[in-house]
Design a protein around this ligand. Structure first.
Ligand code: NDP
Length: 327
């Protein structure tokens, strides 16, 4: 038996509970992992609370990421005792995920735990941090350098935002954070932002083109915020869009793209090819200051993940939440 958060949906309603599960109930897969840590990402919050249509099969174990030790493997790439890491691939949505003491997975989804990190540190980064790195890599791929000017990071007190601010500042960029929580301004500055702007500046309908300011941006919010970020991005600047914390819509015009040559780059971490994941995790090992990772992180136990999920979706959680599945 092992402990897991189980999401069920039936006549009795949508609910998440901590349960004891028999190992025979684990889904198919060629690698069984003894999970040590998972995390709470925005998507996990939606899954646990049922506030977004994330779960595609019931019963489901949520948890879109995990770190642990291989316990059984018929996959030639992994042997018993290997330390591994997983992000995405629909795990925690359509296949039982990481908010459990055990997981059975396709070995092709796993990557070796990078040697720079403990399992706990890798989960402090988690899918949110790996997505932040994918955004930074996209800015670099499109030629944005610190000399081009300021980089805007929205949702800066959240998981993706906190890690993005930390990485970009370590790389020498001038970073401006956006937050709806002015009380977190000092926290965002401690991660490396030089200025923090209130969310309300971006969250209402704006003009098709605004004063050019940003050389690049990492946006986790979507909706009017993303439209206003594009409208205020400098000639040939680059906006990476990875989130929908403020809405799924994109009420924008084409003006920034056709008059200023702004590029809008979509970022997906879930189906991202393995080679790109390995690069992102290798770069996290180099470009993320581990002292800052400590500032970003809180650790909770498996049972607490259920109550914390609602707080996360309400935008009340700062930084990243590690879930120690054995406490
Ligand atoms: P968090 O909840 O940790 O952070 C989201 C932050 O967004 C909040 O902390 C808050 O920051 C801000 N925010 C919340 N609600 C609103 C709102 N209504 N309007 C404006 N800002 C808001 O989530 P994550 O960092 O884990 O994820 C952020 C987004 O990125 C989510 O939408 C998530 O689904 C997406 N995501 C996408 C991935 C991909 O593969 N494309 C992978 C990982 C995440 P503040 O308090 O500073 O304003």
């Amino acid at each position: 038996m092992f402990k897991a958060i189980i999401i069920e949906k039936d006549e009795a309603g949508y609910r998440a509970n901590l349960k004891d599960v028999d190992e025979s109930q684990l889904p198919e897969g060629d690698v069984t992992v003894r999970v040590s840590h998972s995390t709470l990402n925005y998507k996990d919050g939606l899954a646990i609370t049922g506030r977004g249509p994330v779960v595609r099969k019931f019963p489901m174990v949520p948890g879109i990421d995990l770190a642990g030790i291989v316990e059984e493997s018929s996959n030639p790439a992994f042997k018993v005792g290997d330390a591994v890491l997983l992000n995405g691939w629909g795990v925690g949505e359509g296949h039982w995920g990481g908010l459990a003491q055990k997981a059975r997975l396709k070995g092709d989804w796993l990557i070796p735990l990078p040697s720079q990190f403990t399992a706990q540190q890798a989960m402090a980064i988690g899918t949110a941090g790996y997505t932040a790195m994918l955004c930074v890599l996209a800015l670099e791929r499109h030629g944005v350098t610190p000399e081009h000017g300021e980089i805007l990071v929205t949702g800066a007190a959240g998981g993706v935002g906190s890690v993005a601010v930390s990485i970009l500042s370590k790389l020498g960029f001038t970073v401006v954070g956006v937050t709806g929580r002015p009380e977190e301004s000092e926290y965002i500055k401690s991660l490396g932002a030089t200025e923090v702007i209130d969310r309300s500046v971006f969250s209402t309908p704006g003009k098709p083109l605004a004063r050019e300011r940003w050389a690049g941006a990492v946006d986790v919010v979507g909706s009017h915020t993303l439209a206003n970020v594009c409208a205020s991005t400098k000639y040939r600047g680059v906006v990476t869009a990875c989130g929908l914390a403020g809405g799924m819509d994109f009420p924008a015009t084409v003006a920034p793209f056709i008059l200023r040559g702004v590029s809008l780059v979509g970022i997906d971490s879930v189906m991202c090819p393995r080679a790109d994941r390995l690069v992102a995790w290798q770069r996290l090992g180099v470009d993320l200051d581990l002292a800052k990772l400590n500032l970003i992180t809180n650790e909770i136990g498996l049972a607490e993940a259920i109550s914390t999920a609602g707080q996360l979706i309400d935008g009340k959680v700062r930084g990243r939440v590690i879930v120690n599945v054995n406490s």
